[in-house]
Design a protein around this ligand. Structure first.
Ligand code: SF4
Length: 231
């Protein structure tokens, strides 16, 4: 049995042959010399373990805690914010500061509990002075979010704020332009609304956010009723 077959039988998804073997077997060049085979994580726990010490971008050296995500690992609805703030950085949990308390009240108003949904941020480490994450920081962190979405497999995503919306939808349209309708992210319906911290700064955003949340709840009810009818 060749080394290639041994690796294949070991269940390695990305197969990189040892140096020299590529040429001998006319295999495509490995992306990196001596690259290590990479398994895709099969659980959120595995994903967390892979990245909890991440230093892929400069935010990793400044954080207190890596803020992965929290909630129901099989949630129908996933909320995605921007980045951890001071309180989240201290506790290692998303949306536990003032904006998080407001999000909890919004969830309660549309009859969800935090334990029913899954909550994460676009980037997992706190940017200094709560500045916006830089494009290269978002790009470095995006594989973690993409894997979280793949593993939770929500039917609905609510993008909270411009950073999450632009990242998921690969758009630079204004938030006002994106909100109020469903978009598509790899077959998952995405609703965009204001970030709770924006509501704390500007009460005028509360009414449109409430309209968006009611739309989210209606779609959740429609999808779950449809699923029950199909069972
Ligand atoms: S923000 Fe993301 S990519 Fe950057 S160090 Fe933290 S976990 Fe890694």
């Amino acid at each position: 049995m060749t080394a290639v077959h041994q690796q294949s039988e070991a269940g390695v998804e990305s197969l990189y042959a040892p140096e020299g073997l590529e040429t001998a077997l006319k295999l495509p060049k490995s992306p990196e010399k001596n690259a290590t085979p990479v398994h895709r994580p099969e659980t959120l726990r595995e994903l967390y373990a892979r990245y909890c010490d991440c230093t892929r971008c400069r935010l990793g050296s400044r954080r207190q805690r890596f803020v992965f995500g929290a909630g129901n690992e099989q949630a129908v609805v996933m909320f995605i914010g921007e980045a951890p703030g001071a309180e989240e950085d201290a506790q290692g949990l998303p949306f536990v500061g003032e904006a998080g308390q407001l999000l909890a009240r919004i969830l309660q108003a549309i009859e969800f509990t935090r334990d029913e949904v899954y909550i994460a941020n676009t980037v997992k480490c706190r940017p200094p002075n709560n500045r916006d994450p830089e494009p290269e920081e978002i790009a470095s962190c995006l594989p973690i979010l993409e894997e979280q979405i793949r593993l939770v497999r929500p039917a609905l995503i609510c993008a909270l704020g411009r950073i999450a919306a632009h990242t998921l939808l690969r758009s630079d349209a204004s938030l006002n332009n994106l909100r109020g309708r469903f978009h598509d992210y790899q077959g998952i319906k995405v609703l965009v609304t204001y970030h709770p911290s924006a509501l704390l700064r500007n009460a005028a955003f509360k009414r449109p956010t409430w309209e968006d949340m009611k739309m989210l709840r209606r779609e959740y009810d429609r999808l779950t009723a449809q699923q029950k009818a199909e069972e």
